[in-house]
Design a protein around this ligand. Sequence first.
Ligand code: ZN
Ligand code: ZN
Length: 458
Amino acid sequence: MKINTDLHSHSGHSGGVGQIDIKKYLETLPLKGINVFGTGDCLHPEWNRYLKNSFIINEKTSLLEFNRESQKESETNPSFLLQTEIILTSPLQKTSKGRKGVHTLILFPNFESIEKTTQFLEKKGMKNTIGRPFIKCSSNNEVSDTLNHILDIDDTIEIIPAHVMTPQGVYGSINPINNMKDFYGESSERFSAVETGLSADPEILSLIPELDNMTLISNSDAHSHNLNRVGREFSELEMNSLSYENIINAIRNNNVTLTAEFNPTEGRYFLSGHSDAKSGHSKGEYCIFSPANTPKDHICPICNKKMTIGVLDRAFEIRDAQGGEDRKLGYLTKTRKPYKSLVPLIEIIAASTNTVSISSKKVIDIYNTIILLFGTEINLFTQDKKKVQQILTDNNISQNIINGISEILDNNFSFSPPGFDGTYGKLNLGIKEDFLNINTVKLSDNHTTTTNTLKDFI
Ligand SMILES: [Zn+2]
Ligand SMILES: [Zn+2]
């Protein structure tokens, strides 16, 4: 059977998130078609207590189910999997460029293993007042020992480097390193998977040789139950029956049948640059560089400070450092699984109807009508385009929306300008822009120079 999983989320205790109510997730997840959802922040004392009180453990699957007496047995009831993200920090011995902090996912089989992990990490001085626990290590060896100790608590605990290419990921641009071992030490040999994150996809990660034998999984990293957040990235896993252990085995054995990805150009850190929110920049004054043009010293030409280095630049740097110079964009390692670039349906409807707010009643009404036709959003996106068009036409969905959905199914869309320096890319339906043709050196809205394309660079 195929199970749609989204195994990275956050509770209201993580920064910048409002109060989160699991009941809201119970409304959203069946619409999206997510079968198993990460609880987020399961080491946080209050959230941990809330999870214990709100869920029952299904003895057959070892997954959590919402403890709602009135809840009917239904195929669409999502299960939850105990999950947290932690931040480990360590000085970097090799490059001695200061401390690096790396976000890392942990999946747990039960509350007992969480308790043991908490006791262990508390002895190490874990700061746990915000959703993501913070663990300060004095060396890479200590990072390695810490993770090895957690993995020894239960052999079904899984550790997965989170959103590996973003600034807070292991390959990220803050105090950059070019090998996982330079941060995680020997413990990285026990990892089976990495999370692609919103700014990278299997194509970009195929540039990195040391990932060749690892599973790539996609998760939403949702900070809210909203329809454009939950399940915006997910992984479809193949297993005989639904259980925690089978999910872990599917990840370890790369039994991934599909990952849904953001188009990387939408991700907030795709290209290098500086947004106009940076000090020293006036409004409308920003710079974006494709790798063919990024200044070698990484200095922003507007404010003369170091700019935020994008995922694509980092991927090429790591490729070269790992001896993968012969790999070009477009190359996919043999171990890579099918993947699709998706845009949340609610955003397609808003863009197709020129509606600014995805929470407007008009947009939500259309969304609900379409979901009734397909059962779930994932069902819509995994069906044949002609069939989708027929069903939408037969049910009087407006042509603009049918066109918008068709463009996504055809992969005929792009984000322009692409995401950079914390800003999401802007959706353009019906316009396909290849990574290889990105050729913008943009210094401000009214000052754009065009030089080398990425094709010239690789
Ligand atoms: Zn994170
Ligand atoms: Zn700047």
